[in-house]
Design a protein. Structure first.
Length: 298
């Protein structure tokens, strides 16, 4: 329980820092850089080393791709029904199709399932969500904005991403035992992930302005927080009969709010920044209610 209290306190601290003006506007970029280059690589090196491959790993990696595919089908149909613009459709696919499986997901996993379950979340995030964003997400943003990235740009973004590099190194070191000092160092650095990530999330929480399509906002949050994880639960547990902590954590990751990075990508490509911000902000706030309910359901 204290882990959840810690996350809420850190989240509120980030909100207060933004409101009080005591941290400069670019402060979140510094925090995010620390997370991406130090915290996440450390926790990846530590927990991927404990990974034992099995059939469940395929289902963990597949979840974000299935989630994104469901978003494409759902929002293309919804756009025809409600007459959403191309820009709105692109934002809904991008933001509601990708979950915040790292900045929010990993701290939440640690809070509800314990540190030993983090390895499952890392697999979902690094081999799933990150690749979906880098390949499918960027492609959708380019298509709906009128200009897509090159294959070289996508490949470069993947191979130069520090947590991805750390994951490759960790997989290569699987046959070897870590010395105690290295485990201790990685543990201490990895412990910074949860508090700094939630401070960063709270600081970045802001709403968009101007003509916001409430139907789009409601449908995006409903799909991301309720419908998509429910459909994936029916698929994984109902159709495939999968059980266990790895599957439970994977489905818990499916219930995460919209990815902050996806919202940033939407803004960079000029796809309804106001809607993107509200999907991310509203999703994070609502997730403090929906995620505990998903834990009980799972």
């Amino acid at each position: 329980m204290y882990n959840l209290v810690l996350l809420i306190v850190c989240f509120l601290a980030g909100v207060l820092l933004r409101w009080s003006g005591r941290m400069p506007e670019g402060g979140a970029s510094v925090l995010n850089s620390f997370i991406i280059t130090i915290s996440l690589p450390a926790i990846t090196l530590l927990h991927i080393h404990e990974l034992r491959q099995g059939g469940e790993m395929l289902f963990m990696v597949a979840m974000p791709w299935l989630h994104f595919g469901l978003a494409v089908v759902f929002f293309l149909l919804l756009s025809r029904m409600f007459g959403f613009s191309r820009s709105v459709t692109g934002v809904l696919i991008l933001c509601a199709g990708l979950g915040n499986t790292s900045f929010v997901g990993l701290p939440m996993i640690e809070a509800f399932y314990g540190r030993e379950a983090l390895v499952h979340g890392i697999v979902v995030d690094q081999l799933g969500s990150f690749l979906v964003l880098s390949i499918a997400g960027i492609s959708v943003a380019g298509i709906y904005s009128g200009g897509g990235p090159s294959v070289q740009d996508i490949a470069r973004s993947i191979v130069t991403f520090p947590p991805f590099i750390a994951m490759v190194i960790a997989l290569g070191l699987l046959p070897f035992e870590y010395p105690l000092w290295l485990t201790a160092v990685l543990q201490r650095l990895g412990d910074t992930l949860a508090p700094i990530a939630l401070v960063s999330v709270g600081f970045q929480l802001h709403t968009g302005r101007g003509g916001l399509d409430r139907r789009a906002l409601f449908s995006g949050l409903l799909f991301k927080l309720v419908l998509a994880p429910f459909m994936l639960m029916l698929l994984y547990r109902g159709m495939f009969g999968l059980e266990g902590v790895a599957v439970e954590v994977t489905l818990f990751e499916a219930a995460m709010p919209p990815m902050i990075t996806a919202g940033i990508v939407a803004e960079q490509y000029g796809l309804e920044p106001g809607l993107a911000n509200m999907l991310v902000a509203g999703g994070i706030l609502l997730s403090f209610v929906t995620l505990p309910l998903w834990v009980m359901m799972l």
